[in-house]
Design a protein around this ligand. Structure first.
Ligand code: ZN
Length: 176
């Protein structure tokens, strides 16, 4: 059975839950149905796919840890200099650590061994190796889950509740 996207009272996505839990929230009057798929589960209640809580729930922001695995995932397992995908991707500091570059989402990218060695202790500009795209901090894990469900076609109707899903996977460059 389907999963249900739970929106906060503010219409921001909050989490993904089972249809059973969603139905309980609806029956208890704690949530309202926003979208359903027309199939009836309970009496005359159609199976929800999106519900919205009646009361706002404050959720502290959860940081995604900067790990090799997460960086490779963000970069779709491709070298951010030459675009090759391979088993032996490394992490490259765009501004080298020896020159003050930090361990941040904005300064660490996936790079193949060849590009990493070629770039050495230089910036992309000095090495003449432009990045394929500007790296940035990924969206929340919930955003990942929602984009997977939208991308695979199981819950296309979720896309309108999240920002930046309809234009494909390419991220916008930060303004600052
Ligand atoms: Zn490369």
């Amino acid at each position: 059975m389907g999963k249900v996207l739970v929106l906060n009272a503010s219409y921001e996505p909050l989490n993904i839950t089972s249809w059973r839990r969603a139905v309980i929230l609806l029956l208890k009057g704690k949530a309202e149905q926003i979208e359903h798929n027309g199939r009836v589960v309970y009496g005359n209640m159609p199976l929800p796919t999106v519900i919205r809580l009646r009361h706002y729930v404050h959720i502290p922001h959860k940081e995604i840890p900067l790990t090799r695995r997460n960086v490779l995932y963000r970069d779709a397992h491709r070298c951010q200099y030459c675009g090759c995908s391979g088993e032996d991707l490394t992490l490259d500091h765009i501004i080298p650590r020896s020159r003050g570059g930090g361990d941040t989402w904005e300064n660490v990218v996936s790079a193949c061994v060849r590009c990493n060695v070629k770039k050495g202790n230089r910036t992309p500009r000095e090495a003449g190796m432009p990045l394929l795209r500007q790296p940035r901090r990924p969206h929340s894990t919930l955003h990942f889950e929602i984009s997977k469900a939208v991308g695979s076609g199981t819950h296309r109707e979720w896309s309108k509740y999240t920002i930046g899903l309809e234009g494909g996977s390419e991220e916008e460059l930060p303004n600052s």
